[in-house]
Design a binder for this molecule. Structure first.
Ligand code: GLA
Length: 381
């Protein structure tokens, strides 16, 4: 059954008539610029055609009642700080409500049913899709759309920080809110200035290969990576690694730990790679884009140490098969690789990667062709 029909039936069954309104937001890919967002660097993401969709209707009470179709679970909570629900999935929605209220926005009780097809824990930002779907919807339903899109993205990010234990940057929520069909977004995470880049390569396509190694950013070394970067910035007397050159980093090498040095070195190199990739794209130089992607993988694996055996295997395999560029995508510690693949190699790559991965790890990876799509939006009923 179509996702929307499924939601509509569930909503009617749980909450009765009349119908609510439908909203959706998207997961994201990131072509390059990993772990640069919280260092005030650049990122280059885009929203994809995998979404979280919700039907929502104000219920005239001060209670929120939500049903998740995919988790098959129901949660109910009030809108005061002490009413936080126990289920982790419901805390995302609770957090969005609280963050809107904290900023002086309005939220009243509502009923909602939601479902999605953004793979969970694959590095495609299912949580940002959920956050921006509800942030966008509650803005439309209770605030006449007056909260601007930048603020909606920040509301999602603050939800992660304050209610979900992940000290993430702004990339995922920004891509999910600002996503535009057929375009990647170069975002400067320092001042949130951004530019849309048309992305419709003639001879290449983007393919995600999900190792199905699950990652959980909460309590993961993700927050530790961020601490390393902040420590190095502090020791250099600057607010972030954004303005630090390799020469400046090398000048303090002996005064910081080897681990912190490698983390910072990766971030500085990655910051420059994003700009190089944008320039290469404008020239249509996909080989250069691909080289940069492999360099990012190398840095994430050796210096930033957020890869794992399965993802290294997938990136090496891609190179061996002749894929233009491949790298781990997202926070890391599992999830998927993003691959820039020549169209004439597409089928061969997928067949070969699936077979060889399954031979080695005993299960097939999941493969997704990426379609760059719109972000948060209201849907026709
Ligand atoms: C996660 C975070 C983002 C970003 C990426 C790594 O997806 O939510 O803010 O830091 O990891 O680039």
């Amino acid at each position: 059954m179509e996702m929307k029909e499924h939601i509509r039936n569930k909503f009617a069954e749980r909450f009765g008539a009349p119908e609510g309104e439908f909203f959706a937001s998207a997961g994201r890919i990131n072509l390059i610029g990993e772990h640069t967002d919280y260092n005030e660097g650049f990122v280059f993401p885009g929203a994809i055609d995998k979404v979280i969709m919700a039907e929502i209707r104000p219920n005239g009470t001060d209670k929120v009642r939500v049903f998740s179709i995919d988790i098959d679970d129901y949660a109910e909570f009030g809108l005061r700080e002490e009413d936080a629900p126990s289920q982790s999935w419901a805390r995302y929605i609770f957090g969005i409500c609280r963050e809107i209220i904290k900023r002086g926005g309005k939220v009243q009780g509502f009923d909602a049913v939601f479902a999605g097809n953004v793979p969970l824990g694959a590095g495609l930002s299912s949580s940002a899709a959920l956050e921006s779907c509800f942030a966008f919807a509650l803005n439309e339903l209770f605030n006449d759309g007056k909260i601007d899109k930048f603020e909606l993205a920040k509301i999602g990010q603050s939800t992660e920080h304050n209610y979900c234990g992940v000290n993430c940057g702004i990339m995922d929520q920004f891509a999910s809110v600002f996503g535009k069909k057929g375009h990647l977004i170069r975002l400067d995470c320092r001042d949130l200035s951004y530019e849309y880049f048309p992305f419709a390569p003639e001879n290449h396509t983007l393919v995600l290969v999900d190792s199905r190694v699950k990652h959980e950013l909460k309590d993961s070394p993700y927050n530790k990576r961020r601490e390393s970067c902040e420590r190095v910035a502090k020791s250099l007397g600057v607010p972030s690694l954004r303005d630090v050159s390799l020469a400046e980093l090398n000048a303090v090498k002996v005064t910081i730990s080897d681990e912190d040095y490698r983390r910072a070195k990766y971030v500085i190199e990655e910051r420059d790679r994003v700009l190089a990739v944008c320039a290469a794209l404008e020239r249509g130089d996909y080989d250069e884009v691909g080289r940069m992607m492999y360099a990012t993988h190398e840095g994430l694996s050796k210096d930033y140490e957020v890869s794992c055996e399965e993802l290294d295997f997938l990136a090496d395999l891609a190179k061996e098969i002749g894929v233009t560029g491949a790298r781990i995508m997202g926070g890391g510690f599992g999830g998927c690789t993003i691959n820039l693949v020549r169209k004439d190699l597409h089928d061969k790559f997928i067949a070969e990667a699936t077979k060889r991965f399954a031979e080695k790890y005993g299960h097939e990876p999941k493969v997704y062709d990426v379609i760059i799509s719109d972000g948060a939006r209201r849907l026709e009923a």
